[in-house]
Write a protein that binds this ligand. Structure first.
Ligand code: PLP
Length: 407
């Protein structure tokens, strides 16, 4: 590599360091049966016990004995890998049954598995534009990077509406020719602020303008609605949304993504999406674990109730302690505003090193500059004692880190 090329890489990292948002990944070993307790390995090789407060394994399903047993059974039966793409040798009864379960969860005719939620958004949105050459996509301003990438690759007409702003969405929809195919892409739970979309109002508008709807339920699936179908199920509008996309990596505790929708649409995506066709399918053991997890979560409303109870309690405790819980959150996500990248990282580092509490800093580009935060995600397994410890520690560290800390 030429010296000047190397300098480009070094310069990019230096800029990130200067802004105090250089990412250092914590080397964390989750321990079966001890969630949310885990072990961290430091650079010097020493280890320490920690409590994880920022996992997206929202229900602790990654540690569920039944889910682990299902993975073991599949591993013992069919081995480690899928053996290829779905077309080559990557379709097993685990994949097929899981797709049926997911379609049923969302009340749709069909479902298609992808290797992650990111891939499902990117592949599906870019493919829809191939299927509809004159497609107009209307995208919420706070949509996840995976949707934005998919839409960019779609190279179709796109309008970004102000976050959750129905009037703005309608004004933008009026810019499109009446007969153009249209798609509104949005999320149910916005994962950094913890607010939700006005799904019903968006469906009303979609109906009035003949637009399709594409809803990312990544942070809602498993957690909302009587059977965990997501916020759309909770709001009684699941049947009105054309495409519901989700992940197996958060409430279901495993990995993989999917999209559900009308049978013809799922078949068309299956037949044309590059991000589906040309990649090895999920390992059968992962599909088996996910299937078991979805089945459990559908039948366990008490897990959902307990999660909400934990989140409400934590928000109240933090507020009582004078800590700035972001008021936008009406969900299980508990964001605490810090507002400065370096301070955010510092608070997170001290919590980890001195208090054995792991909450990673959320900095730009995940959130806009000036809105850096700690994003706390309690689970059904974070008990009162752990919460009291978190709040006391955070209060102490908050006071130690002045507001105008610089990198
Ligand atoms: N959609 C949203 C809204 C997300 O927040 C994420 C990841 O956090 C994804 C999609 C991607 O899901 P996955 O982690 O399964 O790739």
């Amino acid at each position: 590599m030429r010296k000047e090329d190397k300098q480009v890489f070094e310069g990019a990292v230096a800029t990130i360091r200067d802004e105090g948002r250089y990412r250092v990944f914590a080397d964390i070993m989750r321990e079966r049966g001890r969630f949310p307790h885990a072990t961290i390995r430091r650079d010097d090789g020493t280890t320490a016990d920690i409590v994880v407060w920022c996992s997206n394994d929202y229900l602790g399903q990654g540690q569920s004995p039944e889910v682990i047993d299902a993975a073991h059974a599949a591993l013992d039966k069919v081995g480690a890998g899928a053996g290829g793409t779905r077309n080559i040798s990557g379709t097993t009864s685990y994949h097929v049954d899981l797709e049926q379960e997911l379609a049923s969860l969302h009340g749709k005719e069909g479902a298609l598995l992808f290797t992650s939620g990111y891939v499902s958004n990117d592949a599906t949105l870019s493919t829809l534009a191939k299927l509809f050459p004159n497609l107009w996509i209307f995208s919420d301003a706070q949509n996840h990077a995976s949707m934005i990438e998919g839409i960019k690759r779609a190279k179709c007409e796109c309008r970004v509406f102000r976050h959750n702003d129905i009037q703005h969405l309608e004004a933008l929809m009026n810019e499109a020719p009446a007969d153009a195919p249209k798609l509104i892409a949005f999320e149910s739970v916005y994962s950094m602020d913890g607010d939700t979309a006005p799904i019903e109002a968006i469906c009303d508008l979609a109906e009035a303008y003949g637009a399709m709807t594409y809803l990312d339920e990544v942070h809602g699936v498993g957690l909302y609605g009587p059977t965990g179908g997501g916020v759309a199920e909770r709001d009684g509008v699941m049947h009105r949304v054309d495409f519901i996309e989700g992940t197996l990596a958060k409430a279901f505790g495993t990995m993989g993504g999917y999209v559900t929708g009308p049978a013809a649409a799922i078949d068309a995506i299956r037949s044309t999406a590059s991000g589906f066709i040309f990649t090895t399918s999920l390992a059968p053991s992962v599909a088996a674990a996910a299937l078991e997890s979805v089945r459990i979560v559908r039948e366990c409303p008490h897990l959902r109730d307990r999660l909400q109870d934990r989140a409400e309690r934590l928000k109240a405790l933090l507020r009582d302690a004078g800590l700035p819980v972001m008021s936008e959150s009406t969900t299980h996500i508990v964001p605490v505003l810090v507002g400065d990248a370096a301070r955010c990282k510092k608070i997170s580092d001290i919590l980890l090193e001195e208090h054995g509490i792991y909450v990673q800093p959320i900095n730009y580009p995940t959130v806009p500059r000036g809105t850096e935060r700690l994003r706390i995600t309690p689970s059904p397994f974070h008990d009162d004692e752990l919460m009291d410890r978190l709040v006391a520690s955070l209060k102490a560290v908050w006071a130690m880190c002045p507001v105008h800390l610089t990198a």
